[in-house]
Design a protein around this ligand. Structure first.
Ligand code: SF4
Ligand code: SF4
Length: 309
């Protein structure tokens, strides 16, 4: 089967994205037709690894990435003119004045590496250079497929770049050629890391809950996906939630004609599975949520490979 890359995204976090990804990863691993590679592109808070641990903890590949730029200060060149402060060289408020030493202090976390201070200082007392921005971690999971995920360093300003580097890393893996499914747990929101995640995908699942904020968030997520003209399906989590908004939510979703890939009922077994660090389809295959996810998986296969597999 032709290789397909799919991402699971949501307009905001905490709506079951990672839980669904973990279960789909497990079902894909058990499927004899599918040879998956799993990715976690939620680089600012990756947690898929907690549910898909390494088969061998001593065989984990970690590569540092250097995609973030930061300023450094060369004190010997400074003539203490204070122009960098008085003329507001830094629009990110990363420069503060040390009265005692009469030199600027750079706030590492606030610095965006824009280079303005380097250009504007008449004495060339600032330099810009790459710093460690994160890591790409990769290992064979207990369920056999490889997991690749990025993890940003505190103060890194380049989450989107780390997502792109993680995707490139995956494409250079030996097993990539033989894989036919790249399954990505995407970041929440609609920012740069999401855009880097969905770019180039064959299909996107947007997961949401039937609440007012859920509706708002799913609309935002869909807008991003539509800009890339990528086919997508919606999964409604806690679909049977008792709420006065439920009817309005269902009516809106159905009126759009969007592809509803599935509805997962509220099921405490999901919480128990998470507490046990297991995909719910492994923890309790007969749970109502597991049955729904199995149906979603079968539908997804049809959407991806357009067959009755
Ligand atoms: S860093 Fe440059 S602009 Fe700032 S006080 Fe020193 S010489 Fe002046
Ligand atoms: S590189 Fe840009 S953000 Fe960083 S301290 Fe200089 S002016 Fe501020």
């Amino acid at each position: 089967m032709e290789r397909k890359a799919i991402g699971i995204i949501s307009g905001k976090g905490g709506v079951g994205k990672t839980s669904l990804t973990a279960s789909l990863a497990s079902l894909a691993s058990n499927d004899p037709d599918i040879n998956p590679i799993i990715m976690d592109c939620d680089v600012d808070a990756p947690n898929l690894a907690l549910i898909l641990p390494a088969e061998n903890e001593h065989n984990i590949d970690i590569q540092d990435t250097y995609t973030t730029l930061k300023a450094s200060f060369i004190e010997e060149k400074c003539v203490h003119c204070k122009q960098c402060i008085e003329d507001n060289f830094c629009e990110f408020h990363a420069l503060n004045w040390n009265e005692e030493q009469e030199i600027p202090i750079i706030s590492y976390l606030a610095c965006e590496g824009c280079g303005a201070c380097k250009v504007l200082c008449p004495e060339h007392a600032f330099e810009i250079h790459p710093v460690k921005s994160g890591e790409i971690i990769s290992y064979i999971t207990r369920k056999e497929p490889r997991l690749v995920y990025g993890r940003t360093e505190l103060g890194s300003t380049t989450s989107g770049k780390l997502v792109s580097e993680s995707k490139e890393f995956t494409q250079n893996l030996e097993e990539y050629e033989d894989s036919n499914l790249i399954l990505i747990d995407g970041p929440p929101g609609i920012g740069c890391p999401v855009i880097a995640t969905v770019s180039g995908l064959d299909y996107v699942i947007t997961i949401c809950e039937p609440t007012p904020s859920g509706l708002h968030d799913v609309k935002r997520a869909i807008e991003v996906v539509q800009q890339f003209e990528i086919p997508f399906g919606i999964v409604i989590n806690k679909a049977d939630l008792k709420s006065p908004f439920q009817k309005k939510f269902q009516e809106f979703i159905e009126s759009t004609g969007y592809d509803i890939l599935g509805r997962i009922p509220f099921d405490l077994q999901i919480a128990h599975a998470m507490a046990n660090a297991e995909p719910v389809v492994d923890y309790d295959p007969n749970a109502p949520a597991s049955k729904s996810i199995e149906e979603i998986f079968q539908k997804l296969k049809k959407r991806l490979w357009n067959s009755s597999l």
